[in-house]
Ligand binder design. Structure first.
Ligand code: NAD
Ligand SMILES: O=P(O)(O)OC[C@H]1O[C@H](O[C@H]2[C@H](O)[C@@H](O)[C@@H](O)O[C@@H]2CO)[C@H](O)[C@@H](O)[C@@H]1O
Ligand code: MN
Length: 443
């Protein structure tokens, strides 16, 4: 019986992640055969630059795959099995505001955490729900694998407003860190062990890591993190920029405050907010680094490929980001029952945490979707932190749904990164001005 050939749509085709994802999909045709690959974006020029390069890559490596790109939703979403969504609503210009406005008020400025993440969330909710509606209208049996951030707030929004939709919200930070954990103890990669993990998106901990013979690997990994965080003594896989290295080093302190578990690096923005603000370059943030780095590099490589008419010497290569979403597509298509960390409605999987919270847990994935693994009770330290954070996230979605200034003020004031209601209000008023093209009117 020949394997099913899938039709995949990348929504946010102009994304800096699209070329590496296309390369990954072409390298994975044996386990995920494709008949069709489409790109969709609402920025025609941006997408065209990426798409024309991808067309050459596909023509050279897999001419049998039908490729097209469009800004028309009906053309994009018709006859699709899997939608891989990676929108950045407001693009990097607004990410820069998300980061610089909080810093102006002495608060952590970050893409998905704190006030920046809340602002980003209010931009993203409408467009992601719009993608879900397009999928349900034109390809109702398809699955949407959503990378679009901020995944925590987007996930709360799709749970609340599209509860029966076939969307799975995902994050590649856990797999990135698991690959680092594997390498620092001499294993090939994260698939050499099985992990237990709990938290919210960008706000979680590993509780157990065992190899396939059941041997506990936590002590060895913990010793490494106690010495040097998640930094590695090789160049392989290591994020090159200093800002990422600083993040990897911070895991050392995050592990001291919770020595029983291993931390997700994002906890530093909540538990080390003071040093994060102190060390930040508030005039040149992560958004600037990417505008001058990844975004510039990806688009110049796309233009180079198109000018040369060949991608035979391209620098584009697959990565963890691409491998994770491809594995997820395989699990859904071929019922592989792979264990993967996903963002899922809790429904008692964490016994002493809100039933309707969107949490991040290991799940078993098959053709009918996914089942979270039960984690039982979590300790009071993590539970308390998560309750404050989930309240901030839920209030942000309330604010978007109700057009409520007060609820958004409460969401900011609730967030562990914000010191007072006065600072929350000052940040909010600046964010309203920066986001007037994207947010609902707040009263
Ligand atoms: N979940 C994760 O762990 C994870 C990991 C990496 C990246 N991401 C997310 O992936 C997304 C893409 O990142 P990037 O750096 O490639 O961004 P990017 O700005 O390079 O690309 C995003 C694309 O989305 C398009 N877009 C924006 N709004 C749209 C809309 N309403 N309809 C259709 N298209 C729209 C833009 O035009 C752009 O081409 C971001 O949300 C980023 O945070 C998530
Ligand atoms: O600052 P950025 O845009 O470089 O990264 C922000 C994203 O960071 C995480 O994704 C990492 C991923 O974990 C790692 O494996 C590798 O692929 O780099 C990615 C992007 O640098 C995080 O999970 C995302 O939500 C962030 O958007
Ligand atoms: Mn993430």
């Amino acid at each position: 019986m020949p394997k099913k050939e899938s039709s995949i749509l990348i929504a946010g085709g102009g994304s800096t992640y699209t070329p590496a994802l296309v390369v990954m999909l072409l390298e994975s045709l044996d386990k995920l055969p494709l008949r069709k690959l489409k790109l969709y974006d609402n920025d025609e020029e941006r997408q065209k630059t990426v798409a024309e390069a991808c067309k050459i890559i596909i023509d050279e490596r897999a001419p049998g795959v039908e490729f097209s790109y469009t800004t028309d939703p009906e053309e994009a979403f018709t006859d699709v099995d899997i939608v891989m969504a990676q929108l950045r609503v407001g693009k990097y210009a607004l990410r820069e505001q998300d980061e610089k406005i909080p810093f102006k008020h002495g608060v952590v400025g970050q893409e998905t955490c704190g006030p920046g993440g809340i602002a980003y969330g209010l931009r993203s909710l409408g467009p992601i729900i719009e993608l879900v509606d397009y999928m349900e209208k034109y390809s109702p049996d398809a699955w949407m694998l959503n990378y679009s951030n901020p995944a925590a707030i987007v996930a709360e929004g799709t749970r609340r407003f599209r509860p029966n939709s076939r969307i799975i919200n995902i994050c590649d930070m856990p797999v990135c860190l698991e690959d680092i954990m594997a390498r620092v103890i001499g294993l090939k990669d994260r698939k050499d062990f099985e992990t237990s993990y709990f938290g919210l998106n960008h706000f979680g901990w590993w509780t157990k890591i065992v190899d396939h013979e059941g041997m506990d690997l936590m002590p060895k990994i913990s010793d490494h993190v106690k010495r040097q965080g998640y930094t590695e003594n090789t160049q392989k896989g290591q994020h090159k920029e200093e800002s990422w290295l600083e993040t990897m080093r911070a895991a050392k302190e995050l592990h001291e405050i919770e020595p029983e578990f291993l931390p997700n690096t994002y906890l530093k923005y909540y538990l080390m907010a003071d040093s994060t603000v102190e060390h930040a370059n508030k005039e040149y943030t992560r958004a600037d680094e990417i505008i001058d780095g990844r975004e510039k590099d990806v688009f110049s490589e796309c233009r180079r490929i198109t000018e040369n008419g060949t991608a035979k010497d391209t620098s584009f290569k697959s990565n963890e980001h691409a491998s994770f979403i491809t594995d997820l597509a395989c699990a859904l298509t071929f019922n592989t029952k792979e264990r993967m960390i996903l963002i899922t409605e809790n429904r008692g999987a964490i016994a002493n945490f809100a039933y309707d919270a969107m949490v991040e847990l290991p799940c078993i994935v098959g053709k009918d979707g996914y089942e979270p693994i039960s984690m039982g009770d979590i300790p009071i330290f993590e539970k308390g932190l998560m309750e404050q954070q989930i309240a901030s996230e839920k209030l942000a979605v309330d604010a978007w749904e109700q057009g409520s200034y007060l609820k958004l003020w409460q969401s900011l004031a609730m967030n562990k990164t914000v010191p007072s209601i006065a600072v929350a209000k000052d940040i909010l008023d600046d964010l309203i001005l920066a986001n007037k093209e994207f947010w609902p009117e707040l009263k």
